[in-house]
Design a protein. Structure first.
Length: 129
C-alpha cells in the first residue's frame, strides 16, 4: 500500500472512531441522566436550588443554583440574547451579555427569588447557604 493510501485509510479510521460512541459497561445502565430545570410553556423557570458552583441561563430559563454565602460565583448565559439576574427584593441586579458570563457574590444566606428584567417570564431561585 502506498504512503498516500495509508494516510487516507488512517484518516478514515480516525473519523470513524470519532463518530462511533464509546461502549459502556453494564454499570452505565444504572446511572441517572441529568434532568433540566423545570419550566412552564412560557419559558419561565421556578426551580429548586440544587446546582453548586454557579448559575446557567439557557433557553430563556435559569438553572437551579445553590451557592455559598460570601463566595463569588459565575453566571453563564448560553443564550444569544442578553439577560439580567435580578433579585425580586432588589438585593442585586446583574447584566449578563449574550454568550457571556458575569460574576456575583451574595453575602447573606437564604433563598433569593430572581427574574430577568428583559424577559419577564424568566423566574428562578438561588439558594445561598
Amino acid at each position: 500500500m502506498t504512503q498516500k493510501k495509508r494516510s487516507i485509510v488512517l484518516a478514515g479510521a480516525c473519523l470513524l472512531a470519532l463518530a462511533v460512541p464509546a461502549c459502556g459497561s453494564d454499570d452505565d445502565a444504572d446511572s441517572t441522566p441529568d434532568v433540566p430545570a423545570a419550566s412552564d410553556a412560557a419559558g419561565a423557570s421556578d426551580t429548586a436550588a440544587t446546582d453548586s458552583g454557579g448559575l446557567t441561563i439557557s433557553g430563556n430559563t435559569f438553572s437551579a443554583a445553590s451557592v455559598t454565602a460570601g463566595t463569588e460565583f459565575t453566571i453563564t448565559n448560553n443564550d444569544s440574547v442578553d439577560h439580567t439576574v435580578t433579585d425580586d427584593a432588589g438585593a442585586f441586579d446583574r447584566q449578563v451579555p449574550a454568550g457571556g458570563t458575569a460574576t456575583l457574590t451574595i453575602p447573606d444566606s437564604g433563598d433569593y427569588a430572581i427574574h430577568c428584567n428583559i424577559h419577564s417570564s424568566m423566574r428562578g431561585t438561588i439558594n445561598v447557604a
